[in-house]
Design a protein. Sequence first.
Length: 497
Amino acid sequence: MNANPSSDPGAAPGVLRRTARAFTGLFRALFESLPGQLLVIIVVMSALGLVLVYFPAMASHRLDWMERQVELAYRASLAADVAEDSGRIADMTVERLLGEQMIAVSFVRDGRNELVLYRGQVQANQVQTDLRKANWMDHLFDTVDTLWAPDGRILRIRAMPQGRADETIDLIIYERELKRALGAYSGRLLVYFTGVAVILGGAIYLAMFFRFVQPMRRLGGAMMHFRDDPGDPTRRIALSGSRNEIGRAEEELARMQGEIYQALQQRERLAALGEAVAKINHDLRNVLASAQLVSDRLAMDSDERVRKMGERLVRAVDRGVRLCQATLEYGRAEDIPPQRRPVQIRDLVEEAAEDARLSEGSVEWLNEVDAMIEIEADPDHAHRILLNLFRNAIQAMSAQAMNATGSPARLSASAQLQQGQLHIWVRDNGPGLPDKARANLFKAFTGSTRKGGTGLGLTIARELARGHGGDLVLVKTGDEGTVFGVILPVTAAEGAP
């Protein structure tokens, strides 16, 4: 058995896979998270800033170095002139005046080229820089060229001596000294700028992290924490009080969480209500079945008044049975398609008014629907829509009727055919709807202003109207009364109004 893992043929692929997973994890940490992306941006921007500063600084250092060499060459030429005038030029060797790096120094005076100092002939490649004409771009390119120059190259520098505008000094020098000086300066510059970049980049990273990244991570964490249990009110985000975009995002998140929590609470109440209705429905249907037997007998009574009351009771019990069944189906979130058949609208309106007991109360009732209007609709659904509207109007006008303000409570219904639609208007002269009711008019459990009301009446009525392809709308409301409009599509031949 070979105990050396490196000799195992399967060991190398395993190491490669682990290395690949490690690099993949590092890549995700850097590029898929806000802290990693922020770090990458700061590193890239710091590197870009270093490049933008590095080369101009190196070019400036190169220019300073050449100007110093020009100054040294000029002083050496002055020393050579003094020595020649005093006859001591033989004692002061050219090597001493030129130093280790200069090769030759010459002047251009009055159009004449005068060689002042000369070490001897040197065989090497030569480049030239004219400090009198070079601009900053020339210095940048020459600096890069110097950094990548081969060893042994010589540099010819032409410049104007300080204070001598009519003269030109021409200096030939070994470029290796310039390259060595640039290398040393480059090392110091890189160390300095790296330290500055680390300190400044670290400060920027920490400021950005705690100012922006940390709040964003907190915002995302609050979303995930709320998602785990949106029904828990303690999981809603605590506002930081910041007034920037992140603070406004927190406020919007808190508002959205509140709305979701209320919607869940409403759904729970609806579920509890549905469960209660389902339990009541069974017993209620038994009671209605018994009442149906009694109403059938009353409908066959010889007394005409009793018979009419029995017929009304039969209709009411039948609707009660169908309503129980529809309630269960509605609780199961099942859409009940309307069962359409020809309906006389005036008779339908009058029947809903009788069930709302408009003829027995203190409200003046007026049925203004033309007897010739007939459409195809579900009579039960249409009856429920009108009955809800009539009952709401009676409740709204009850205080006015009881207080005897001098204007009797009045409720009327009218209808008109317009462009393939039937419009039924239900008008009352009540006090109008308050602002709270207008804002939540068709919302369950929020649109009612009556104590103990649920706001389900108008919600169900609108759903029934829309189930027909129509709608239920509030036309107007105010001190003079309220007008609701029921819109139903016309799907059968209708009489002329």
